[in-house]
Design a binder for this molecule. Sequence first.
Ligand SMILES: Nc1nc2c(ncn2[C@@H]2O[C@H](COP(=O)(O)OP(=O)(O)OP(=O)(O)O)[C@@H](O)[C@H]2O)c(=O)[nH]1
Ligand SMILES: [Mg+2]
Length: 190
Amino acid sequence: MSVKTAEFIKGVVGDDRILEESKLQVAFIGRSNVGKSSVINSLTGRKNLVKSSSTPGKTREINFFLINEKIYFVDLPGYGFAKASFLQREKIRQLILWYLTSVEIKNRKLVLIIDAKVGPTKLDLEMIDILNEYNHEFIIVANKADKLKRSERNKKLKEISEKAGNEETIFYSAKSGEGKGELSNELFGN
Ligand SMILES: Nc1nc2c(ncn2[C@@H]2O[C@H](COP(=O)(O)OP(=O)(O)OP(=O)(O)O)[C@@H](O)[C@H]2O)c(=O)[nH]1
Ligand SMILES: [Mg+2]
């Protein structure tokens, strides 16, 4: 996909008319610090569209970015930020659940981002259970693939499909740009 325009629209923490719009929403879900914001930046070719940071747990809202005036990229807050209080974590969990179960959304695609080197964690597997429970199809993006040796890849892919089910998995690196074409093709057919 060639990105001509990309702009931040708003952060959402509850009911909002933006959910009901007919535009496609591509939502990025994943653990805190797994690289959701970085993946959005690399996919759109905008270095600073979304703030990424080495301090995890910064994103507390569901952030909507409008791409080419027709598709929303949705940056969800990360789950499992260890340093957050129980209440903060619970709030984020509820917000993610609310987005996933929102019936107003007409047209969406879900991208679950996991760490390529770490593989699916317990929390990732819980998220996969939730996605399956609500019959949501999703693509798995194994980000930070630059940390993997070529020789480790097949083993990792096997581990991911054994633990996470046979979802489509794409090795990705927001750092090197690996996987951009494949993910874009998977989402938009180009
Ligand atoms: N090596 C490597 N580092 C990455 C990659 N993607 C992201 N990072 C780093 O991982 C850290 C977290 O990235 P973010 O994009 O902020 O992660 P996030 O999932 O949006 O985090 P929260 O908003 O806190 O949930 C940053 O230090 C990034 O530079 C990647 O592909 N490779
Ligand atoms: Mg983020």
